[in-house]
Design a protein around this ligand. Sequence first.
Ligand code: GDP
Ligand code: MG
Length: 213
Amino acid sequence: MDAIIMAGGFGSRLGMGEKPRVELLGKPLISYVIEALEDTEIIGSIYVAVSPATPSTGDFVESLYEGRVKVIQTGGGNYVGDMIHAVKSAGIDDPVLILMADIPLLNPEIIEDIISEYDKCQKPAMSVFSPITVCKGLGIRPDTVFNWAGRLIVPAGINILDGKDVDNEQDYESLILDRKELALNINTVSELKKCKEILTEILAEKTALQQKH
Ligand SMILES: Nc1nc2c(ncn2[C@@H]2O[C@H](COP(=O)(O)OP(=O)(O)O)[C@@H](O)[C@H]2O)c(=O)[nH]1
Ligand SMILES: [Mg+2]
């Protein structure tokens, strides 16, 4: 499955310039997402959809991931319109994974879980959510909340759609995953700070595990 990372937002709530390039523990946010995708067996081509709001992100990605990631220019200021444009200009007519650039805790295992749920669901599209309890547990107040059969859920910024029918609204499966990695979307300075804390913990756990083996 091919993947498109949406990376043409204004990043105005964070206010640190082009958000995909904002660093978290010395690494740009978008690199976390690109590297999680590259480490996932099932992902084919990776595209990044930039816009005039992110003028240096395209060059940055092209030079760092030369030949591995393709950049698509979109108009900006219209998430859905830009997404449709990106799918079409990539020429994708199969199911495609659309992700945001601001979910740095994403990992290959989660991506594989999402794709295997999609393969089972028999709907053309899938949208991934976190239960609001996970966000609250992390001390985050999400800006978008949906009521899904009485459950409060928050969009994780990951969707799968059928590329050949991208102009039309598609019936979608809601996949609710109880994972702190999906609940952390970097929109504000306090979310960036929280993410730094969690990532430091994750890295420390990994190092401890490696030392054990
Ligand atoms: N190409 C494109 N990307 C977008 C657009 N709006 C948001 N994005 C990207 O989608 C992701 C999530 O959007 P959001 O968090 O609202 O971005 P923000 O406006 O930069 O804070 C980010 O990685 C943005 O760069 C858009 O209009 N066009
Ligand atoms: Mg966001």
